[in-house]
Design a protein around this ligand. Structure first.
Ligand SMILES: Oc1cc(-c2ccc(F)cc2)cc2nccnc12
Ligand SMILES: [Mg+2]
Length: 215
C-alpha cells in the first residue's frame, strides 16, 4: 500500500477534525479506528480513564513514552493549564512526523515537545535539556519490555518525586508482567489497576496507576 497507516490516520484528522479543536481531533481518530482501520491509540474507553487520572493529578510537568500518532498526547495536553509542558518520546521518525502534524491540527504545538529517539538514551538528558526536577505525571505507552527498565531509569535519574504518578497502558494486552510485578510489590509504589478493554475491541486490557512514595 502506497500510504502508511499513520498517514491515513492523519488524513482522516485533516479532513474530519476542526483545526484548533482537540476534542474534534480525538473524535476523528476514534471514528477512523472504529470504522475504517484499527490503530494502537489508547482509545476512547481507556482514554476516559487517562483523562480522569490526569485531572486528579493536575500535573505541571508531564512525560509520555510512546507518541505514535499523538492521540494520547492530545488527550493529555488538552487538559493541562497554559504554563505546563508535555514531553513525548517517539523512536520511530515516521510516527513522530505524523504526531507533530496531529498535535498541530489540535492547536497544542506550543505546549508539546516531541523528542525523537530511544527513551533510554533521552531520559538521562531530560533534567538538563528542560531544567526540570521531577515529572508529576508519566504515561507509559511504548514497547512493553521497556516499561520496567525505563521506570527504573527515571528513579535513578531523580525524575520521580513523592506523589509522582506513573500510568501504564496495555498491562494486560499485550501485557507487561515484569513491570506489574515491580510496581505492585515494591514499597516505593502504591499501585492500582483499572480494568478496561484493548482500544476499539472487546479484548480485556487495563491501565496501572502507580504513585511514587518517595525515596
Ligand atoms: O495500545 C497498544 C496495543 C498494541 C497491540 C497491538 C496488537 C495487538 F494484537 C494487541 C495490542 C500494541 C501497542 N504497542 C505500543 C503501545 N501501545 C500498544
Ligand atoms: Mg497502548
Amino acid at each position: 500500500t502506497r500510504t502508511t497507516r499513520p498517514q491515513r490516520l492523519l488524513q482522516a484528522v485533516s479532513i474530519n477534525a476542526v483545526r484548533g479543536d482537540p476534542d474534534s481531533v480525538i473524535k476523528a481518530i476514534d471514528h477512523f479506528c472504529k470504522h475504517t482501520e484499527w490503530a494502537m491509540n489508547v482509545g476512547d474507553e481507556k482514554g476516559a480513564i487517562l483523562d480522569l487520572v490526569v485531572m486528579e493529578t493536575c500535573p505541571s510537568t508531564v512525560l509520555e513514552l510512546g507518541t505514535y500518532c499523538g492521540y494520547s498526547t492530545v488527550r493529555i495536553t488538552r487538559l493541562l493549564p497554559p504554563a505546563t509542558k508535555l514531553i513525548t518520546v517517539e523512536m520511530n521518525p515516521e510516527y513522530a512526523h505524523v504526531a507533530r502534524q496531529v498535535i498541530q491540527h489540535a492547536g497544542l504545538q506550543d505546549k508539546v515537545c516531541v523528542l525523537e529517539g530511544e527513551s533510554a538514551d533521552l531520559i538521562p538528558k531530560m533534567a538538563n535539556m528542560f531544567g526540570i526536577q521531577a515529572f508529576d505525571f508519566v504515561f507509559l505507552d511504548h514497547w512493553k519490555d521497556h516499561y520496567l527498565p525505563d521506570i527504573r531509569l527515571l528513579e535513578d535519574c531523580g525524575l520521580l518525586a513523592q506523589g509522582s504518578v506513573v500510568l501504564a497502558d496495555n498491562v494486560v494486552c499485550p501485557g507487561a508482567p515484569d513491570y506489574l510485578n515491580y510496581v505492585r510489590y515494591n514499597l516505593k509504589y502504591s499501585s492500582r489497576f483499572y480494568q478496561a478493554h484493548l482500544e476499539y475491541t472487546r479484548v480485556l486490557d487495563g491501565l496501572e496507576r502507580s504513585e511514587y512514595q518517595g525515596d
